[in-house]
Design a protein around this ligand. Structure first.
Ligand code: 13P
Ligand code: SF4
Length: 349
């Protein structure tokens, strides 16, 4: 990590309490659920809409997306699917930056989200104005930002990357002897540095969910299940990543669960990913990596508080009302499109 002192960490505001959000979620009988799902299916058709969900959303939403011709994936593939699909409305179940990325790539489409309150601690911790000032201090640096950022931060960047492509893009820039600013996830930044040998100026953001995974408790769990493979998302702390057999994006971790010969896996990422992991490898056993607390003392419980805000009730409501539309200022969008498109073109070649 560079010694340059211009490293920013912005205090986070507005992190919702997981327990409060989940307590506020409506509870349905099996029949009410089925009625809601049937109604959502009809509304998707009527509105010429397609549902695109992240792996961290609740199982029911993932199932609806799968069963209605929509898509469940990581942040990169969600964006690509939306831009290629011929629906006129994209319903993005995830967090705000995912809806914005869809709009950046598909300005002609209406992009709706079940809730506009679902954000991300990485996005919150990297405000555009402060980030732009930070970049101005290093004008000779190439600016590479993670997709978990606002449209304005993407607009300030030269490149947008997701966890599935970050290492390759940084290695490519190093081949060109570029100096690099990385933002906002410090753990992913550190991981990229270790893999590529890059020395980047890094913003010091973090994910409130992955930050909670604890290396010592993970070590105890590994001692209990010595035969298990350890799957880790690179937003996790360095010591947790060091214990991993596979480090990768959500899609890469599901692929590893399917392809590795192991019958047991310890998984350090949001636990809603288990729905797809179990589908990919039905006979295997998946164990949550330990977080900082348990029950009432647990801050994230391996589930993103913002992803948890997506439910059947607000999915139905948004399809009915057309509210919660994502708008991105056109000047910002054009700039953010350039840096995001660059990633997609890089993957294509
Ligand atoms: P992926 O791009 O790997 O799906 O990650 C998105 C995310 O928010 C992880 O916390
Ligand atoms: Fe952001 Fe972390 Fe939630 Fe992913 S899991 S959306 S990085 S807060």
């Amino acid at each position: 990590m560079s010694d340059t002192p211009s490293v920013f960490a912005v205090p986070l505001k507005g992190i919702p309490e997981t327990a409060v959000i989940q307590a506020g979620m409506p509870v349905y009988t099996a029949q009410q659920r089925e009625e809601k799902i049937a109604r959502i299916r009809r509304l998707l058709q009527k509105e010429n809409a397609v549902l695109i969900a992240h792996y961290y959303t609740q199982e029911t939403l993932q199932r609806i997306a799968e069963e209605t011709g929509g898509f469940v994936s990581d942040s990169l593939e969600m964006a690509r699917f939306g831009s290629r699909h011929n629906a006129t409305t994209l319903i993005v179940a995830g967090v705000r930056f995912m809806g914005e990325t869809a709009k950046i790539l598909s300005p002609e489409k209406r992009v709706l989200m079940p809730t506009l309150q679902a954000t991300c601690s990485l996005d919150l911790g990297c405000p555009a104005k402060e980030f732009s000032e930070f970049c101005d201090l290093h004008p000779e640096h190439e600016v590479v930002v993670y997709a978990n950022t606002s449209a304005e931060v993407k607009a300030r960047a030269d490149w947008v990357v997701t966890s599935s492509i970050a290492v390759k893009v940084i290695a490519h820039l190093m081949d060109q002897d570029k100096k690099i600013i990385w933002a906002p996830d410090r753990h992913l930044g550190r991981y990229i540095e270790k893999v590529t040998g890059a020395d980047m100026i890094s913003w010091q953001g973090s994910c409130v969910v992955h930050e909670e995974f604890k290396a010592r408790a993970l070590g105890d769990l590994i001692a209990q299940y010595p035969e298990a493979a350890i799957l880790v998302h690179p937003e996790s702390p360095e010591a947790v990543i060091e214990a991993a057999d596979v480090v990768g994006s959500t899609t890469a971790l599901i692929k590893a669960a399917r392809e590795l010969p192991h019958s047991t896996f310890i998984v350090a990422t949001d636990n809603r990913i288990f729905y797809k992991m179990k589908k990919a490898a039905p006979d295997k056993i998946f164990i949550e990596a330990p977080t900082a607390g348990e029950g009432a003392t647990c801050k994230s419980c391996a589930h993103c508080p913002w992803m948890a805000m997506n439910g059947l009730h607000n999915l139905e409501a948004v399809l009915e009302s057309g509210q919660n539309e994502i708008f991105v200022d056109e000047e910002v969008r054009k700039k953010a499109h350039r840096s995001t498109r660059r990633m997609l073109d890089f993957i294509a070649h």
